[in-house]
Design a protein around this ligand. Structure first.
Ligand SMILES: [Zn+2]
Length: 248
């Protein structure tokens, strides 16, 4: 029925949604509500996909304002986003390729509602806590599920972090953001990123944070050119392939 989005069970109440290996979202099911973390590229109806698994009311949170995390918002009335990414997300909502496509589909994207660091999402018997991680984008968030010992990180803690983007904050600010997460490091064993295919070990946090610190300290002797659709940037490799921090 769905060609692009493949559902993979992570736990009996947590599903990974792999959108054609281009984006990853999650479905987290409580006793009263179910949460969709990132709606991916929007080619397929994320609402209907989630409804094949649960009949509970659906709530949507975007970890940040990039297209591969928000374009599936077209299947929902509202989506929660940190206000510091609102301008960025609205800008992507205005992309002609997107507006033309959804006009043909007779859909319009969800209105954004604000979510802040310190907020708690109560799904009934399962709570997720919101942590702000400005860096990759100004309004990036992570969600902590203490019960399942999982941290959902979007593109903030991920093997390849893009910090070369116009909207990315200075590396020093990103390092500070990552360091504010030290206090919860004992609360999760696994990380699920905005592009994961399966659970990733929580040690990705330290490896990634230390690599960001190395870039801040100017330890760039092993850095390499990095080609992407916006041109050529620099990449700071760490650990084993394909781990790298990409920067201007
Ligand atoms: Zn992103």
């Amino acid at each position: 029925m769905f060609e692009r989005v493949k559902m993979k069970p992570i736990k009996d109440h947590i599903w990974l949604m792999n959108d054609n290996d281009e984006a990853t979202g999650y479905l987290v099911i409580g006793s009263q509500k179910a949460l969709i973390i990132d709606t991916m590229n929007g080619y397929e109806n994320v609402r209907e996909i989630a409804e094949t698994i649960t009949s509970l009311p659906l709530m949507v949170v975007n970890t940040h304002g990039h297209p591969d995390h928000i374009y599936g918002n077209i299947y929902f009335e509202e989506a929660y986003l940190h206000p510091d990414d609102l301008a960025l997300a609205q800008q992507f909502y205005q992309e002609p390729m997107f507006t033309e496509a959804i006009e043909q589909m007779k859909l319009k994207p969800a209105d954004f509602r604000p979510i802040h660091a310190g907020d708690v999402i109560d799904l009934g018997g399962l709570e997720l806590e919101v942590y702000g991680v400005p860096g990759h984008t100004p309004g990036g968030i992570c969600l902590l599920d203490r019960q399942d010992r999982i941290l959902f990180t979007g593109d903030s803690i991920i093997e390849q972090t893009w910090m070369q983007l116009e909207e990315s904050l200075p590396m020093e600010v990103f390092l500070q953001s990552l360091d504010t997460l030290k206090s919860i490091r004992g609360e999760y064993d696994f990380i699920l990123t905005g592009h994961s295919r399966d659970l990733e070990d929580a040690s990705l946090y330290e490896a990634h944070r230390n690599a960001v610190k190395e870039v801040c300290e100017g330890k760039k002797e092993n850095d390499i050119p990095y080609e992407w659709f916006g041109g050529t940037s620099k990449a700071h490799p760490y650990g084993s392939e394909p781990r790298r921090i990409v920067y201007k």
